[in-house]
Design a protein. Structure first.
Ligand code: SF4
Length: 443
């Protein structure tokens, strides 16, 4: 089990029965992990226990009832799901104290019940890997795939290493098993997340694991290679521009994984990057971006930056604006620096006054909006695959390969009411603003 924060609420989990039931379990576990819960194998001390039951034959019914009894005795707060859950009365007769019962394939309800009966993990924009909206249930057609916990860096504005410890990579076989089950359960897009995706496997010296009876190295490139065999969209988040990232760009150019990189760069002034204790150098980042685009012209680059970090002068800020003008990133998030309790940056001299932070934030956003808008304008008249997220009586809303859910823009398909959530269709882009696109299905 990974070294998750000790303050995270804990969920005891027991899964019984056939592989189909395992798919449900996997989905529930994926969601719990993404939401910030810690899954534990013992009942004692857990905030809640989930028993995923089997009711196929009498033996399985007995085994499930015993598991529920054991969880009630050792913990007391138990929710039941799975095949036996379809026979609620049978469970209630033996175990009236069970909090909630749901049948098979009802992971949404299970997660709702978890949110009701267990304390909610605290949402902190500085430590959470998914947007605040991610706490609401992820729709069935996409899923976050968490590949590691913790981080080996010590960025001065961040408290993750002190909360979650050093990098702790999940075994590659278990990550790929989870991904495969998610794909089999109908997931069409996997969003790979961790604090530092490009560092995957560093802590275990890129040990060779096994998957499908084959040796597979624990590193980002091998992970991407294997994920590409699942026939679903694979999107990479939180990738640092280390040299080996160059090796995933050809996979993007070949269409194996989405041509999308989320690289949190945070600043462009060497002095500020040093004060932040960030890896990498700006010139090399620009060169690298140029090379990546030569290899994969379709590449979408998303990044986040902090303005108003302690010691940031007008000159440092101008470097950041120059970097934006040159890098022409597609999607950019910007935060005004604010101290996080326990972060070492709090002790730095020359804190930037709030009004200057505010002013710089607006200057930054204004420039980036022009760049993003131009990049979207360039898409008008072209055709792209779009995954459908929502359909109502007015039309459908989807995302192109360049748009991650919740954080990037969307593609509006007015009048396209016959599409279904999770469909991937070819769309001709007809219009654009600073964030979103409009188009219709290419027929
Ligand atoms: S890379 Fe830096 S910002 Fe990201 S989790 Fe690690 S310490 Fe925090």
């Amino acid at each position: 089990m990974s070294n998750t924060t000790s303050t995270a609420p804990t969920i005891g989990f027991v899964s019984l029965g056939c592989p189909k039931n395992l798919v449900d379990s996997e989905r529930i576990l994926t969601e719990l992990r993404t939401d910030g819960y810690q899954v534990v194998s013992s009942y004692e001390g857990a905030d809640l226990v989930i028993v995923n039951t089997c009711g196929f034959i009498e033996g399985a019914v007995q085994e499930s009832l015993e598991a529920i009894g054991e969880a009630l005795a050792e913990n007391g707060k138990v929710i039941v799901t799975g095949c036996l859950g379809a026979k609620e009365n049978q469970i209630r007769e033996v175990h009236p104290k069970v909090l909630e019962i749901t049948g098979p394939h009802s992971y949404e309800q299970v997660l709702k019940h978890v949110h009701t009966y267990a304390p909610k993990p605290e949402y902190n924009p500085f430590t959470s890997l998914v947007p605040a909206q991610g706490i609401k249930l992820t729709p069935k057609h996409y899923a976050y795939l968490k590949i590691s916990e913790g981080c080996n860096h010590r960025c001065t504005f961040c408290i993750i290493p002190s909360m979650r410890g050093d990098l702790d990579s999940r075994p590659i076989g278990s990550v790929l098993d989870e991904a495969k089950r998610l794909a089999e359960a109908g997931v069409k897009e996997l969003l790979v997340i961790s604090q530092d995706t490009s560092a995957y496997g560093v802590d275990i010296k890129h040990r060779t694991g096994f998957w499908n009876g084959q040796p597979v190295k624990t590193d980002m490139v091998s992970l991407c290679e294997q994920l590409s065999s699942l026939g679903v969209w694979v999107r990479l988040h939180y990738v640092y521009p280390y040299p080996h990232v160059d090796n995933v760009i050809p996979l993007m150019a070949e269409g194996k994984i989405l041509p999308y990189l989320d690289i949190p760069l945070q600043h462009a002034s060497p002095k500020i990057l040093k004060a932040m204790k960030r890896p990498g150098s700006v010139e090399r980042t620009l060169e690298r971006i140029k090379r990546w685009r030569e290899i994969c012209p379709e590449l979408t680059l998303r990044s986040t930056f902090i303005v108003g970090f302690p010691g940031e002068t007008e000159e440092d800020f101008a470097m950041l604006l120059d970097f934006l003008s040159e890098a022409k990133l597609d999607r950019v998030g910007c935060f005004k620096y604010s101290p996080v309790e326990g972060a070492t940056a709090n002790e730095l001299d020359d804190q930037v006054p709030e009004d200057i932070k505010e002013q710089r934030f607006h200057r930054f956003m204004q420039l980036q909006q022009q760049i993003s808008a131009q990049r979207l304008q360039d898409k008008i008249g072209l055709t792209y695959p779009v995954i459908i997220d929502e359909v109502d009586e007015e039309g459908a809303i989807g995302r192109s390969m360049a748009d991650a859910p919740e954080i990037d823009g969307v593609v509006y398909l007015n009048g396209e009411t016959s599409l279904k959530t999770g469909d991937i269709v070819q769309v001709r882009i007809e219009n654009a603003d600073e964030y979103d696109l409009w188009g219709s299905v290419a027929r």
